[in-house]
Write a protein that binds this ligand. Structure first.
Ligand code: 26W
Length: 804
């Protein structure tokens, strides 16, 4: 063993003794994990302090990424790999009789996010640090992250609270000197000098809890600053003078409520007052912190836009626009025009969905009651927006109403996307099609008013976690074949393209895939008792359960396939394992019903001997980052089958392709750009384009007419309606069938025939093992552009104007 590993073993044993009061013989696995993390953290903290200091001394502009979600996952293995110390840590622990790999699986996932938007934030943090761009991620330190999902014996989703902090969080450092007061309610007044004073009815304190974000090769460490809430010291508030102990306790409870739980809703705004309180608490603390840090380094707020970029991850932090304006005007006495100019030059906004029901808006009376001064400022902004809109010849009265920050139809509401749009110098979509649709649909009038403001930054994924970390076999094979350059810059992975024609390489590639599948098979056996066939095609759809993502299309096709197998058991079937995973929002009944159906289908098919060796179906519970890290490397086929125009980008599509899965998908989101980079011949694209979807909506979608041309599906739907797939409760799936035949916004039946044809084409590809392997290799080689390093480089150059 190397000397460094010897020394490290001593350090870990020392931490165990001094921090946990244990000798190695008495230590439990969790003690070893925490001692290892705390020991590694010493190294991290030294680099962290050096990075922070260097940024300050050089006076560099900083990025502030405001996001209500950071879907991080585990940190130990990523951190030591980025530091280049993974081998050394494994050796040190081995010398102490401890296995690193099994320790790593004890670390809870930091699951402070719902899905794509939250995971993107985590990938961006990794890229910012890896590219040595100084950045803060700002978020909330939720006590309960994304719920953990169980599937009960009946096949229904059950939500259990997630408790990642139950044993403490050894990565975090509380910053007692970074504390800000956040107010709610009350009233404001203008004094004789014209100065506005807001007297909130309630005050809480936001306390910073920092986590280090270590970049690739450990050269730079950034900060993820998560806010926790506490009641203001009751002695200070003189509550105790009044003897009001219960009042003090109630204050503490009210404060904790703000950070209690992540809203487990994607694509439908939560709508409750608590969510707005959460958003303001987080936005206000973050903006105050940015202002304070800027003043500390630069002395004046005039230079804020030159030294700080603030990126709004969707509209969740958009109230921050009004908060910065308020601080500049009310606390720092800037005139409105100067404050607005600084604000607009500082903020930029990313939109992540065009689904109208997901666009946040708040009832005007609610916002006015909770944030009276902010509502006043929103009116002030809106006066300018409307005045400008009325002079714009491209906007008719309907267009003027569309750009207004206030929705006047029905109950008056504040449109957060319009606030974010008006308050930013840059507004971006997350894939080329999505940005185009922003210009043409939801933001068409804002795009007329602020021409040129919308731009595109196609999403990416961090190759450190989604290749190097999750797929060491493929990484080693690639390093061996094309050298290590791709580990520093994923674009170099293109060198693997020609290896698709190398038979020996293909064999090794298939060997890696087979080994990854064996790992997943073992995990599935342990978690569900089901023994999957590792030689079958692993056909994977893993993502949040949502109608627009069309898991139902995949399930219905699986049912049709099963009926075909039953009708011709001796046919030459390509063996498939249909793998589903994903969570449904707790309030989203239809999505939960889809989970139930997937499980009913799995029960029936897996129990039928005629399907054995031909078709298996499994719904893996509790999809999270760690499970994704197992699934991506083991997948053969990636299902990306959303109704065209509805999936903003997708990032699971990228993770699967980078790990050598072929995509069956619609021309939606980033699938389109993947096709451009990988080549159309190595993907199975099918179905309506976004333009065709829109045309069909205009012409009128008539599913019952379509069904007449789909006899096999018609039979399956009839059987489903009659209860053949749910013998214990015949009526269970009737409403699901109805939804397909009435007003199905997702137009499943319109794409069914094309999907079926594409699946047959996938079967033909699979039968040609060499062709399949060559295609898979070209998929991997074609993914270099989809590194989040590329995305971040574009943001840095075109939106933030920052450099390391
Ligand atoms: C207010 C409730 C709420 C919460 C989250 C509404 C909407 C959201 C997000 C839009 C959900 C989300 O994660 N969107 C996904 O963002 C990814 C990163 O850009 C994209 O790849 C996905 O296509 C998009 O669905």
């Amino acid at each position: 063993m190397e000397r460094s590993a010897d020394a490290l073993a001593d350090e870990i044993a020392g931490t165990l003794l001094h921090r946990f009061g244990k000798l190695p013989a008495d230590a439990l696995p969790r003690d070893w994990l925490d001692a290892t993390i705390l020991t590694v953290r010493n190294d991290v903290v030294e680099r962290w302090v050096a990075s922070t200091r260097a940024t300050q001394q050089r006076g560099l502009k900083q990025v502030n990424y405001l996001s209500l979600e950071f879907l991080i996952g585990r940190l130990l293995s990523d951190t030591i790999r980025n530091l280049g110390r993974d081998g050394e840590v494994a050796d040190a622990l081995r010398s102490l009789g401890v296995d690193l790999a099994s320790l790593e699986t004890l670390e809870p996932d930091a699951a402070l996010g719902n899905g794509g938007l939250g995971r993107l934030a985590a990938c961006f943090m990794d890229s910012l640090a890896s590219m040595a761009l100084p950045a803060f991620g700002y978020g909330i330190r939720y006590i309960n992250g994304m719920f953990s999902q169980r599937i009960d014996p009946a096949g229904e989703q059950v939500e259990l609270p997630e408790t990642w902090l139950a044993n403490g969080n050894p990565w975090e450092i509380e910053r007692r000197d970074s504390v800000h007061r956040v107010g709610f309610g009350g009233a404001w007044q203008r004094d004789d000098d014209g100065r506005v004073h807001w007297t909130p009815a309630e005050l809480v304190e936001a306390v910073a809890v920092d986590m280090p974000v270590v970049g690739w090769r450990g050269r730079h460490v950034n900060t993820l600053r998560l806010w926790t809430a506490r009641a203001i010291d009751p002695l200070q508030l003189e509550v105790f003078n009044r003897g009001d102990f219960t009042g003090a306790l109630a204050d503490q409870t009210r404060a904790e409520t703000l950070v209690r739980v992540l809203y487990p809703n994607d694509s439908t705004p939560a709508g409750q007052e608590l969510r707005l309180r959460q958003e303001y608490f987080f936005a206000s603390a973050s903006i105050q912190d940015i202002v304070q840090r800027h003043l500390h380094s630069h002395g004046t707020l005039d230079t804020l836009p030159d030294k700080a970029a603030i990126q709004l991850n969707d509209t969740h932090p958009a109230i921050g626009v009004a908060e910065l304006l308020r601080l500049l005007i009310d606390e720092h006495q800037l005139p409105y025009e100067a404050a607005w100019d600084i604000t607009r030059r500082t903020f930029a906004y990313t939109n992540h969905t065009l689904l109208p029901e997901a666009l946040e808006s708040w009832p005007l009376p609610l916002l006015g009651r909770l944030l009276p001064r902010h509502l006043e400022l929103i009116f002030r902004i809106n006066a300018d927006v409307l005045a400008q809109a009325r002079t714009n010849p491209e906007l008719d009265p309907r267009g003027v109403a569309a750009v207004s920050l206030i929705d006047e139809a029905g109950e008056r509401r504040v449109r957060m996307a319009n606030l974010a749009f008006a308050g930013s110098h840059s507004v971006n979509g997350v894939a080329a099609l999505h940005s185009q649709l922003m210009r043409e649909t939801v933001f068409a009038d804002l795009n007329r008013l602020y021409a040129g403001r919308i731009n595109n930054k196609t999403n990416g994924i961090t190759p450190r976690r989604w290749l190097g970390g999750c797929n060491p076999g493929l990484t080693a094979l690639l390093r061996d074949a094309i050298g290590p350059a791709f580990t520093d810059d994923l674009r170099h992975i293109a060198a693997a393209r020609s290896l698709a024609d190398d038979a020996a390489f293909r064999e090794r590639f298939l060997g890696v895939k087979r080994a990854n599948k064996a790992l997943l098979v073992a995990q599935v056996a342990a978690s569900t008792g089901l023994q999957l066939d590792p030689d079958a095609m692993f056909d994977v759809q893993v993502k949040r359960i949502h109608e627009y993502k069309r898991q139902l299309l995949n399930i219905l096709h699986t049912m049709v396939l099963y009926e075909r197998i039953r009708a011709r058991p001796q046919g030459d079937w390509v063996p498939r394992v249909k793998l589903f995973a994903g969570k449904a929002a707790s309030s989203y009944a239809r999505a939960k019903q889809i989970i139930r159906l997937a499980n009913d289908v799995a029960h029936r098919i897996n129990a039928d001997p005629v399907a054995a060796g031909r078709l298996q179906v499994v719904f893996l519970p509790d999809y999270n980052v760690s499970l994704a890290e197992r699934i991506m490397p083991a997948a053969d086929l990636s299902e990306q089958i959303s109704t065209a125009g509805m999936e903003a980008s997708g990032t699971g599509n990228m993770k699967l392709a980078l790990n050598g899965a072929l995509t069956i998908g619609t021309l939606d989101g980033a699938n389109i750009e993947m096709r451009d980079h990988i080549g159309a011949a190595d993907m199975e694209i099918f179905g309506m384009t976004a333009a065709e979807v829109a045309a069909l909506v205009r012409a009128g979608y008539r599913p019952t007419e379509l069904l007449a041309g789909l006899p096999e599906l018609e039979q399956v739907l009839a059987a489903l309606r009659q209860g053949e797939w749910s013998p214990d409760d015949a009526g269970r799936h009737a409403t699901l069938v109805d939804s397909l035949l009435n007003e199905d916004r997702y137009m499943l039946l319109a794409d069914f025939a094309a999907y079926d044809a594409a699946q047959s084409a996938v079967d033909r590809r699979w039968r040609d093992r060499d062709g399949w392997a060559a295609s898979a290799v070209r998929n991997v080689a074609g993914m270099g552009w989809f590194s989040s390093d590329r995305t971040i480089a574009e943001y840095a150059a075109e939106v933030w104007q920052v450099h390391g």
